[in-house]
Design a binder for this molecule. Structure first.
Ligand code: ASP
Ligand code: MG
Length: 467
């Protein structure tokens, strides 16, 4: 039995043109595999709009959130009308969409009623989970219209998570039970389930989300649960690139990556895949492909358990961070906690990457600020840390600065002779504030000042494409 799990991101379900691309792909693949499972994201921009609306609701701005809800309604209905459904199918779809939009307005009303408290992550999840539900309905109807036995499934009934709203972790045992009980029998009856990405629910059925970009993670959990042969993530880029093409003009598509390389890439800022999706696939050895919905004939990037290393640098990423340095030796724990407190307070997130270095006379810590925290997050953090450390801090003083972490990725970077040396040589006399090899021996992260970051990125990229 072969099973293919395909995830379509917001850009590949957001317009009529994108939907017809998706349709062609699904019709073709449904004939190649025994079972196909789809995972869809909310239409492009919808999750952001829902978050904005929830904040308006929090401040009691009823006109504001109603306006956003009305725009969302117009956009989804226009998409539904563009599908050229029969009259009854269209009316049924419109009624289903309206039912969800009605629930959405109730969710906003509940937020408004509690507006004295900060917007709770729990209420936010209840509202933002609607984006995926709306999208899944439309996709399933489109596929049915073209002869596939597609059914929209709310992942809140399948993916059971903890109650860490906003960044929930699936409970694999409970989720597996649901997959076996509800999803497996559908596949056996040749039904094509269209699941909402990004969302799940607690065992007591409170809606949760898996973090921004979480539909990838949903696809990976569902692939494990259905013992899928492969997972394909469809987006509007040709695959995983050797660098961000906005930053490096001659960036190119990477044909193959190991799970480790992909995990490090996602961890260090390549925004194309959700960082947590790789581990379950690696554990169960399920290959992952990243493909362009507009160019399905291209192979894209294959991520799998490659054996042996190619002894080359494949990709380079850049991510913003904050660095703290002090001219004495001391334990990191306390200062790392302090950074974490400030991150939670100032930008509502925490850092899952830290690079630390210490000598007899100096302690240096860098914390990565997740790109999802927004463009002003780093400066806000630098300012608030600076304020606290310079008033209540011990002397000597901590020096707080905004930095970039540039990471070179390639299996064997820490063990292949001269690979790291080649990088350092390429950087000449650019000052490097700290350097650290990552997990799995396939990444080298360099902390540099923001001003040098672009140069460092481009120099490393030159090494990557020449090796
Ligand atoms: N719609 C969600 C987001 O925008 C999840 C996803 O796209 O994967 O973050
Ligand atoms: Mg994504």
């Amino acid at each position: 039995m072969t099973t293919l799990v395909m995830k379509f991101g917001g850009a590949s379900v957001g317009t009529t043109a994108a939907l017809s691309q998706m349709l062609g792909i699904v019709l073709y693949e449904a004939a190649q595999w025994d079972h196909v499972v789809l995972v869809v994201s909310a239409l492009d921009g919808v999750t952001d709009a829902l978050i904005d609306a929830a904040h308006l609701a929090q401040f009691g701005n009823e006109r504001g959130y109603r306006r956003i809800a009305a725009n969302l309604r117009a956009r989804h209905l226009a998409l539904a009308e563009g599908l050229q459904l029969g009259k009854t199918e269209l009316a049924a779809l419109q009624a289903d969409l309206d039912k969800l939009l009605f629930d959405l307005l109730s969710a906003f009303q509940r937020i408004t009623q509690k507006n004295r408290d900060a917007l709770s992550a729990e209420n936010l999840d209840a509202a933002v989970s609607m984006g995926e539900r709306l999208a899944a309905l439309i996709v399933a109807v489109l596929l049915r219209q073209h002869g596939l036995r597609a059914v929209a499934i709310d992942a809140a009934d399948i993916i059971i998570t903890d109650a860490n709203f906003g960044a929930a972790t699936p409970n694999l045992t409970l989720t597996q039970e649901r997959i076996d009980r509800d999803l497996r029998p559908m596949l056996e009856r040749n039904i094509l389930p269209v699941l909402t990405g990004f969302i799940g629910a607690t065992p007591t059925h409170k809606p949760t989300t898996l973090g921004r970009g979480g539909s990838d993670y949903s696809a990976s959990i569902l692939a494990v649960g259905t013992k899928a042969t492969e997972v394909w993530v469809w987006s509007d880029v040709d695959g995983i690139m050797s660098a961000d093409p906005h930053e490096v003009l001659d960036a190119r598509v990477i044909g193959e990556l190991s799970y480790n390389e992909m995990a490090e890439l996602a961890h260090f800022g390549a925004r194309i895949l959700h960082a947590r999706m790789v581990a379950p696939l690696r554990q169960h050895q399920i290959p992952l492909r990243v493909k362009n919905v507009y160019k399905p004939q291209l192979a894209g990037t294959l991520i799998h358990a490659k054996t042996g290393s190619d002894n080359q640098i494949k990709s380079v990423t850049q991510i913003a961070g904050v660095a703290l340095a002090i001219d004495r030796s001391g334990p990191y724990g306390e200062i790392a906690n302090l950074v974490d407190q400030h991150m939670q307070r100032e930008i509502g997130t925490s850092s899952d990457v830290m690079i630390a270095a210490q000598s007899a006379q100096r302690t240096f810590i860098t914390c990565v600020v997740p790109a999802s925290a927004g463009p002003d997050a780093v400066s806000a953090l630098v300012e608030s840390l600076g304020r606290e450390l310079n008033t209540t801090g011990p002397s000597p003083r901590w020096h707080v600065q905004q930095v970039s972490i540039v990471t070179a990725i390639g299996d064997g970077i820490n063990s292949v002779p001269r690979l790291a040396a080649k990088l350092f040589a390429a950087l000449g006399d650019i000052p490097i504030l700290a350097a650290s090899f990552g997990a799995g021996g396939c990444s080298l992260s360099l902390v540099v000042s923001q001003a040098e970051a672009d140069t460092v990125l481009r120099e490393i990229h030159k090494v990557a494409i020449s090796s």
